[in-house]
Design a protein around this ligand. Sequence first.
Ligand SMILES: *Cc1c(COP(=O)(O)O)cnc(C)c1O
Length: 222
Amino acid sequence: MSIPQNLNHIKSDLPAHITLVAVSKTKPVPDLMEAYNAGQRIFGENKIQEMVEKHEVMPKDIQWHMIGHVQRNKVKYMASFVNLIHGVDNFKLLNEINRQAARYRRTINCLLQIKIAEEDSKFGMTTAEASEILQSDDFSYLQNIKIVGVMGMATFTDNETQIKQEFTKLKETFDELKAIETPNCKLETISMGMSGDYKLAIDCGSTMVRVGSSIFGERNYN
Ligand SMILES: *Cc1c(COP(=O)(O)O)cnc(C)c1O
């Protein structure tokens, strides 16, 4: 099926309250434009340089989401335009995002990445670490960021029971942290679910799914 067909097929069975992030990493601009012309406005990339290059040449009403692991020294390249950073997993990074956002007089929305997978390869913090940051004085001084939710990645496995447990854990973390409301923190978004598991993620409470290969086809890393 074509990119617009894939997109429409996925959108047709997404509940209305679910936000679809089209994950376009490694894909060329003409592929993204096919999705854009079919109405898609939210794109997710996992490399800052690639996102910057695509942002430069594509329509300016696109919302760019950084879904990958972020290196602190590269925040400056996306600070002028990034709409949502999904993978914030430590305070130093948050502090740098705040500093760069202030240079552009912007507020940058962020999600805290919570570690829900068993695999050591997945980034993220514990619920306790997230809670501590959100309630700290240091955090309260960050006026140019806003924490709007949490993000998580399940273990790469066929075991649905395990994936479901991990998604449920993220929903519980969200429910717990949601009680913390400050001028720069109001949790509304749960970013979980990819091509293989987004339906399960929605059943478990996801509000934002990140779908790549089901829209754009398999990625080629060569
Ligand atoms: C690549 C990626 C996705 C999309 O994966 P698909 O299986 O192609 O849908 C979602 N989230 C993150 C963080 C990714 O890196």
